[in-house]
Design a protein around this ligand. Structure first.
Ligand code: PNS
Length: 165
Protein backbone atom coordinates (compact mmCIF):
# COMPACT_ATOMS: atom_id res chain seq x y z
CA UNK A 1 0.00 0.00 0.00
CA UNK A 2 1.28 3.43 -0.94
CA UNK A 3 1.99 5.52 2.15
CA UNK A 4 0.73 9.05 1.54
CA UNK A 5 1.23 11.96 3.94
CA UNK A 6 -0.06 15.51 3.91
CA UNK A 7 2.31 18.28 4.96
CA UNK A 8 -0.01 21.24 5.68
CA UNK A 9 0.84 24.82 6.51
CA UNK A 10 0.60 28.48 5.61
CA UNK A 11 3.99 28.57 3.86
CA UNK A 12 4.03 32.38 3.89
CA UNK A 13 6.75 31.92 2.65
CA UNK A 14 8.34 28.46 2.55
CA UNK A 15 11.61 28.38 4.53
CA UNK A 16 14.63 26.09 4.57
CA UNK A 17 13.19 24.66 7.79
CA UNK A 18 10.10 23.48 5.85
CA UNK A 19 12.33 22.03 3.11
CA UNK A 20 14.29 20.09 5.74
CA UNK A 21 11.07 18.50 7.05
CA UNK A 22 9.86 17.77 3.50
CA UNK A 23 13.15 16.16 2.53
CA UNK A 24 13.08 13.95 5.60
CA UNK A 25 9.38 13.22 5.09
CA UNK A 26 10.12 11.83 1.63
CA UNK A 27 12.34 9.23 3.29
CA UNK A 28 9.41 7.97 5.37
CA UNK A 29 6.47 8.27 2.97
CA UNK A 30 6.04 7.14 -0.64
CA UNK A 31 4.24 10.35 -1.51
CA UNK A 32 4.06 13.70 0.22
CA UNK A 33 1.41 16.31 -0.55
CA UNK A 34 2.33 19.81 0.57
CA UNK A 35 -0.90 21.74 0.98
CA UNK A 36 -1.47 25.41 1.65
CA UNK A 37 -4.42 25.78 3.99
CA UNK A 38 -6.09 28.77 5.61
CA UNK A 39 -4.93 29.67 9.09
CA UNK A 40 -7.57 32.15 10.27
CA UNK A 41 -5.18 33.43 12.95
CA UNK A 42 -2.72 34.76 10.38
CA UNK A 43 -2.48 37.65 7.95
CA UNK A 44 -0.58 36.81 4.81
CA UNK A 45 2.20 38.63 3.00
CA UNK A 46 2.11 36.48 -0.14
CA UNK A 47 -0.96 35.48 -2.17
CA UNK A 48 -1.77 31.77 -2.51
CA UNK A 49 -0.46 31.86 -6.12
CA UNK A 50 2.83 33.40 -4.99
CA UNK A 51 3.17 30.81 -2.23
CA UNK A 52 2.47 27.95 -4.67
CA UNK A 53 5.07 29.25 -7.12
CA UNK A 54 7.73 29.54 -4.39
CA UNK A 55 6.94 26.03 -3.11
CA UNK A 56 6.88 24.42 -6.55
CA UNK A 57 10.15 26.03 -7.63
CA UNK A 58 11.85 25.07 -4.36
CA UNK A 59 10.67 21.47 -4.69
CA UNK A 60 11.72 20.76 -8.27
CA UNK A 61 14.25 18.19 -7.02
CA UNK A 62 11.53 16.20 -5.22
CA UNK A 63 9.44 14.27 -7.77
CA UNK A 64 7.43 12.46 -5.07
CA UNK A 65 6.20 15.78 -3.63
CA UNK A 66 3.07 17.53 -4.91
CA UNK A 67 1.91 21.06 -4.06
CA UNK A 68 -1.77 21.94 -3.66
CA UNK A 69 -4.14 24.36 -1.93
CA UNK A 70 -7.39 23.67 -0.14
CA UNK A 71 -10.05 25.82 1.45
CA UNK A 72 -11.41 23.82 4.38
CA UNK A 73 -10.56 21.35 7.10
CA UNK A 74 -7.24 19.59 6.97
CA UNK A 75 -8.77 16.22 7.86
CA UNK A 76 -11.30 16.47 5.00
CA UNK A 77 -8.50 17.16 2.56
CA UNK A 78 -6.45 14.26 3.95
CA UNK A 79 -9.43 11.90 3.54
CA UNK A 80 -10.08 13.12 -0.02
CA UNK A 81 -6.47 12.42 -0.93
CA UNK A 82 -6.54 9.02 0.84
CA UNK A 83 -3.70 10.03 3.13
CA UNK A 84 -3.17 8.29 6.44
CA UNK A 85 -0.78 10.72 7.99
CA UNK A 86 -0.32 14.41 8.58
CA UNK A 87 3.27 15.51 8.90
CA UNK A 88 4.29 18.48 11.07
CA UNK A 89 7.66 19.80 12.16
CA UNK A 90 8.38 20.61 15.79
CA UNK A 91 10.89 23.27 16.70
CA UNK A 92 11.27 24.70 20.18
CA UNK A 93 9.07 23.86 23.14
CA UNK A 94 6.90 26.85 22.22
CA UNK A 95 5.44 24.90 19.27
CA UNK A 96 4.30 22.09 21.47
CA UNK A 97 1.03 23.38 22.89
CA UNK A 98 -0.32 24.59 19.56
CA UNK A 99 0.69 21.39 17.78
CA UNK A 100 -0.75 19.25 20.57
CA UNK A 101 -4.08 21.09 20.35
CA UNK A 102 -4.22 20.82 16.59
CA UNK A 103 -3.25 17.13 16.52
CA UNK A 104 -5.89 16.28 19.14
CA UNK A 105 -8.59 18.28 17.38
CA UNK A 106 -7.74 16.62 14.07
CA UNK A 107 -7.83 13.22 15.75
CA UNK A 108 -11.22 13.98 17.21
CA UNK A 109 -12.50 15.03 13.79
CA UNK A 110 -11.12 11.97 12.00
CA UNK A 111 -9.68 9.22 14.14
CA UNK A 112 -7.99 7.25 11.40
CA UNK A 113 -5.61 10.05 10.42
CA UNK A 114 -2.37 10.04 12.40
CA UNK A 115 -0.24 13.12 13.02
CA UNK A 116 3.47 12.42 12.74
CA UNK A 117 6.00 14.91 14.12
CA UNK A 118 9.57 15.33 12.99
CA UNK A 119 11.99 17.32 15.12
CA UNK A 120 13.37 20.15 13.10
CA UNK A 121 17.08 20.16 12.25
CA UNK A 122 19.17 22.09 14.83
CA UNK A 123 20.03 24.65 12.13
CA UNK A 124 16.39 25.61 11.74
CA UNK A 125 15.30 25.61 15.35
CA UNK A 126 14.60 29.37 15.36
CA UNK A 127 13.56 29.62 11.72
CA UNK A 128 9.96 30.60 11.12
CA UNK A 129 8.18 32.37 8.29
CA UNK A 130 7.05 35.09 10.71
CA UNK A 131 10.50 35.91 12.09
CA UNK A 132 11.96 35.89 8.56
CA UNK A 133 9.29 38.32 7.34
CA UNK A 134 9.89 40.61 10.32
CA UNK A 135 13.65 40.67 9.78
CA UNK A 136 13.26 41.16 6.01
CA UNK A 137 10.78 44.01 6.48
CA UNK A 138 13.43 46.03 8.31
CA UNK A 139 16.32 45.10 6.03
CA UNK A 140 17.69 42.18 8.09
CA UNK A 141 19.66 39.68 6.02
CA UNK A 142 17.81 36.36 5.73
CA UNK A 143 20.00 34.75 3.10
CA UNK A 144 20.56 31.06 3.86
CA UNK A 145 17.26 30.77 5.74
CA UNK A 146 15.02 30.63 2.67
CA UNK A 147 15.31 29.17 -0.84
CA UNK A 148 16.75 31.53 -3.52
CA UNK A 149 13.38 32.37 -5.13
CA UNK A 150 11.90 33.30 -1.75
CA UNK A 151 14.85 35.62 -1.08
CA UNK A 152 14.25 37.26 -4.47
CA UNK A 153 10.51 37.66 -3.75
CA UNK A 154 11.21 39.12 -0.30
CA UNK A 155 13.61 41.62 -1.89
CA UNK A 156 10.83 42.66 -4.29
CA UNK A 157 8.37 43.15 -1.42
CA UNK A 158 10.88 44.94 0.79
CA UNK A 159 13.30 47.06 -1.30
CA UNK A 160 15.22 47.84 1.93
CA UNK A 161 16.37 44.19 1.81
CA UNK A 162 18.23 44.71 -1.48
CA UNK A 163 21.09 46.12 0.61
CA UNK A 164 20.79 44.13 3.86
CA UNK A 165 22.43 45.47 7.01
O1 PNS B 1 1.93 26.92 9.03
P1 PNS B 1 0.81 27.01 10.05
O2 PNS B 1 0.12 28.37 9.94
O3 PNS B 1 1.27 26.72 11.46
O4 PNS B 1 -0.27 25.89 9.64
C1 PNS B 1 -1.51 25.79 10.31
C2 PNS B 1 -2.55 25.07 9.43
C3 PNS B 1 -2.76 25.85 8.13
C4 PNS B 1 -2.07 23.66 9.14
C5 PNS B 1 -3.90 25.02 10.24
O5 PNS B 1 -4.32 26.32 10.52
C6 PNS B 1 -4.99 24.26 9.48
O6 PNS B 1 -5.00 23.05 9.47
N1 PNS B 1 -5.94 25.01 8.87
C7 PNS B 1 -7.09 24.44 8.15
C8 PNS B 1 -8.32 24.33 9.08
C9 PNS B 1 -8.14 23.15 10.04
O7 PNS B 1 -8.33 22.00 9.67
N2 PNS B 1 -7.68 23.46 11.29
C10 PNS B 1 -7.29 22.44 12.30
C11 PNS B 1 -8.43 21.83 13.04
S1 PNS B 1 -9.58 22.94 13.70
Amino acid sequence: MERIAIYPGSFDPVTNGHLDIIERGTQIFDRLIVVILKNPKKQFLFSPDERIEMLKTSLLDFPSVEVDTYDGLLVDYAAQRKAHAVLRGLRALSDFEYEFQMALMNRRLKREIQTVFLMTGMRWIYTSSSIIKEAAMFGGDVEGMVPPLVLARLREKFPVLANPR
